[in-house]
Design a protein. Structure first.
Length: 201
């Protein structure tokens, strides 16, 4: 028993502290919920903490890594898992990866969590009501589906499966992107994912 305890302690002692490991911060939510805006604010804040940042935005990835994929469930899942794989490799190398992807299906998001590693994955649910997302309609998607020009839009005629136990849930109606980004940084510091900045005297 003592031998096993000694081995376990040595293995634990040999692990780098959490803030020296990689981490994936995965934003999920409806189109227009505020994922990309908050993710951008977060990336600037984390740069100030000296973190090495990579940002994988769902819209950008679709024009490159996932070019040719449609919006069937299978293609959506393939897109999410491709992003997850890239994120997992960056995390393995010690990077901080911010992903902003609708990622509507629970199973695919859980697959990404497994790829990245459960203790290095922070799921951020951008919990913005559909009517607010429609009012914003930054990309004009909701107007198109309401007019019948397109179909298969998440939240309208395609399901969105909210995460049952996200690490963080954001309210983008009562709080600004800056306030939400700062709340994420606070969480990351509390959990040991990043170190608090040293104040200059």
């Amino acid at each position: 028993m003592k031998f096993q305890q000694d081995v376990k302690r040595k293995l634990t002692d040999g692990q780098p502290p959490r803030h020296q490991k990689g981490i994936c911060i995965w934003f999920t939510g409806l189109s227009g919920s505020g994922k990309s805006t908050t993710a951008e604010m977060l990336s600037w804040l984390l740069l100030e903490h000296g973190s090495r940042i990579s940002v994988l935005d769902g819209d950008v990835v679709r024009t490159h890594l996932s070019k040719g994929l449609g919006f069937s469930k299978e293609d959506r899942d393939t897109n999410v898992r491709r992003i997850g794989y890239v994120a997992s490799e960056l995390v393995r190398l010690g990077g901080v990866v911010i992903c902003a992807v609708v990622s509507p299906y629970l199973a695919a998001r859980n697959d990404v969590r497994e790829m990245v590693g459960k203790d290095q994955f922070v799921e951020v649910f951008v919990d913005t009501p559909l009517d607010i997302c429609e009012a914003r309609d930054v990309k004009g998607i909701y107007a198109k589906v309401r007019s019948g020009a397109i179909s298969g839009v998440t939240g309208i005629d395609d399901p969105y499966e909210p995460p049952p136990n996200p690490e963080i849930t954001l309210d983008t109606v009562s709080f600004t992107p800056d306030e939400n980004a700062k709340s994420i940084v606070k969480y990351l510091i509390e959990q040991g994912f990043i170190s608090a900045r040293k104040q200059n005297n």
